[in-house]
Design a protein around this ligand. Structure first.
Ligand SMILES: O=c1ccn([C@@H]2O[C@H](COP(=O)(O)O)[C@@H](O)[C@H]2O)c(=O)[nH]1
Length: 288
């Protein structure tokens, strides 16, 4: 077993334990300009670092999972990325499960570079998991999935994203291969489910999750909740995009216990001094 995996164990097992001990609430750390202003921070690299560190402080002891949005740090160039590295390290040091929302996707040889950046044990942006895009083919991610597994990290593959513009592409029918006749979204779910089989036998979660927006109707994408056995589901779309935390069970059915209900702007907006209260209220609304 690789040393890094031996040290921290599998991502899916850590995630399952964190959800059981807390809830599946995933606090998105998205330093938008208006939100920085709301916390009296400048819209520069120092501002996004302070914003991220304060968000991590507010999250600690209240939620188990955070999801920093890489783009909103990256817009401040090298200094913004250095700020992100500090925020990721602080979140992991605080014991939070950190999902870097990178949405990376490329040919396999280039994916090696992203793995070295985000999921290897000694990666500069070491995270517990990253979001990946499968639009160069799910197989293009196989090296990144294997490499994440070796370091005890996980990945979340886009399947049915929360934005309405994605629907045509993600509900298109696959015409060839083992997923012939499935929607593209359902094919990506089936690939993730294949990775989860061993975990299901152990009563745990797999290391390969999917992204399914809380704003979509699963059946419209050809996905049944039962297709998601053992697959962690990162579900953005709660709060600012309209979905309600109290509706997780009606949206995801039997898959609800493995849903990471993600909300960013709605939790971040408002006084910093009341962030803890907002996180506690969101946890209560989500329930167990
Ligand atoms: O399908 C997707 C995938 C990712 N996201 C990301 O989640 C947050 C949502 O922010 P809110 O403020 O809660 O709307 C953001 O970082 C997106 O890039 C998504 O919305 N939908």
């Amino acid at each position: 077993m690789p040393e890094a995996l031996a040290e921290r164990g599998r991502f899916g097992d850590r995630l399952a334990a964190a959800i059981a001990a807390s809830t599946g609430l995933c606090f998105g750390i998205d330093p938008h300009p208006a939100l920085l202003a709301g916390w009296d921070l400048a819209d520069d690299a120092d501002g996004v670092r302070d914003f991220g560190l304060r968000a991590v402080e507010g999250a600690t002891g209240r939620v188990a999972i955070v999801k920093p949005q890489v783009a909103l740090f990256e817009r401040h160039g090298a200094a913004g990325l250095a700020a992100l590295a500090e925020v990721l390290a602080a979140a992991r040091a605080a014991g939070l499960i950190v999902i870097a929302d990178t949405k990376r996707g490329d040919i396999g040889s280039t994916m090696d570079g992203y793995s070295a950046a985000w999921v290897d044990a000694d990666a500069p942006f070491a995270s517990d998991a990253v979001t990946l895009s499968p639009y160069l083919g799910f197989g293009s991610l196989s090296g990144a999935i294997a490499r994440a597994g070796e370091s005890g990290a996980g990945v979340f593959v886009l399947a049915a994203t929360s934005n309405p513009e994605a629907r045509d592409a993600q509900t298109a029918t696959v015409r060839t291969g083992q997923h012939r006749g499935r929607t593209l979204a359902a094919a990506n779910v089936a690939e993730a489910a294949a990775h989860a089989r061993g975990a299901v036998e152990r009563g745990s979660l797999g290391d390969v999750g999917v992204v399914i927006g809380a704003t979509v109707r699963l059946l419209d994408y050809g996905i049944e909740p039962a297709d998601l056995a053992g697959v962690p589901v990162l579900a953005p779309g709660f709060g600012a995009q309209g979905a309600r935390l109290g509706d997780v069970r009606s949206i995801f059915g039997v898959a609800a216990p493995q849903v990471l209900a993600s909300s960013s702007r709605e939790l971040l907006a408002g006084p910093l001094a009341e962030l803890g209260d907002r996180l506690v209220a969101a946890t209560a609304e989500l329930g167990r």
